[in-house]
Ligand binder design. Structure first.
Ligand SMILES: Nc1ncnc2c1ncn2[C@@H]1O[C@H](COP(=O)(O)OP(=O)(O)O)[C@@H](O)[C@H]1O
Ligand SMILES: [Mg+2]
Length: 325
């Protein structure tokens, strides 16, 4: 299964939530590939706490010529190398507790972007699309789940993968789209626009050769850092609490009106104090040490299970087939 993680804005929780999902999926026995297609900011190495990869994979120096050659996804897509670097997360991470999980579970492999790679001008170079399609196909064959973290917004990354997944080679594969957004007015408008707006996923996808209906069927929203009102404001009688509850209802109505309501949501993650301070994997040890909330792990495990569950992906307009959240 190929899964694209996208968002209209930066700072939505797309990467942190996706990395945590990748980890949970691998911990439950799936082999997972994580591709850093956030070309402008290839920082997944930091999330997995891999020293030296915090800003993407550094280039290697050719001894003979003295020239530097990038090793990551940028260099691969641009045709400068034949295969992109891959890093086994459990072998390379600095987090001792994550290393320990080593023997159990499926493998978790990061395909990092190039350090200093940047967003590239994609232009109309069809060879980038072909290389992307080739890579996705081979990774999809090798791994149970291929998670691709895309650059925010209507990016070159989104256009490339839409074209790649429309090619003959990838047409029969299972491809899902996850759209991450925060629980605010602005983020709800933005997430709606990214899917349904001009040059959004459906629009751009149709131009690339996809059937918009099929794309929509394979798209679900994930709400991140949702305030847990009951926990944060246990005294429900105050003016502040009633204002917040009212806003929550208004947001629910807005999301429903904009076609990103409950039936199109894969799941939500509540505000997690650890993630407010630090981008990282939430491990069981963090909960055992009473640093992270148990609810965060439960939410991510539920999201991961929903992702793999066929029932989450049945058509939205049939009331008997509502995805269960
Ligand atoms: N559930 C959450 N609770 C609190 N903070 C979160 C949560 N999810 C993500 N964050 C934080 O939000 C910020 C943006 O997340 P990130 O994954 O980098 O967003 P994106 O990839 O969309 O740019 C990070 O500091 C991250 O730790
Ligand atoms: Mg990110």
């Amino acid at each position: 299964m190929i899964v694209f993680a996208t968002s209209d804005k930066g700072g939505t929780g797309r990467s942190v939530t996706s990395c945590n999902m990748g980890f949970r999926l691998s911990a439950s026995g799936n082999s997972v590939a994580y591709l850093d297609f956030d070309f402008g900011s290839p920082t997944t190495g930091a999330l997995f706490e891999i020293s030296g990869l915090e800003r993407g994979i550094p280039p290697t120096k050719d001894r003979a010529s003295g020239t530097e050659q990038g090793q990551g996804l940028h260099s691969y897509l641009l045709g400068r190398i034949d295969t992109p670097a891959r890093v086994n997360v459990r072998d390379s991470t600095d987090r001792a507790e994550l290393r320990k999980i080593g023997g159990r579970g499926g493998q978790l492999v990061l395909f990092p972007g190039d350090q200093g790679g940047g967003e590239f001008a994609y232009g109309k170079d069809p060879s980038i699309v072909d290389r992307c399609a080739g890579l996705l196909l081979s990774i999809d064959r090798e791994f149970d789940v291929c998670l691709v973290d895309l650059s925010a917004g209507r990016s070159a990354a989104m256009e490339i993968v839409l074209k790649a997944t429309a090619t003959e080679a990838l047409r029969g594969r299972t491809v899902r789209w996850l759209v991450f957004h925060r629980w605010t007015r602005q983020h709800i408008f933005a997430a709606h626009g990214l899917v349904h707006g001009a040059n959004g996923l459906l629009d751009c996808g149709e131009r690339a050769g996809h059937e918009p209906k099929t794309l929509l069927m394979n798209t679900r929203f994930i709400r991140t850092a949702v305030p847990d009102l009951a926990r944060m404001y246990p005294d429900s009688s105050g003016a502040q609490t009633s204002w917040l509850e009212r806003q929550d209802r208004i947001l629910n109505k807005l999301a429903g009106d904009l076609k990103i309501g409950a039936s199109s949501v894969l799941g939500s993650v509540l505000v997690e104090p650890v993630l407010q301070m630090r981008e990282q994997l939430i491990l069981d040890v963090d909960v055992d040490n009473e640093i992270a909330n148990r609810a965060t792990i439960e939410a991510i495990e539920k999201l991961s299970a929903q992702l793999l569950d066929e029932r989450s992906w049945r058509p939205l307009n049939n009331p008997r087939w509502r995805p269960h959240n």
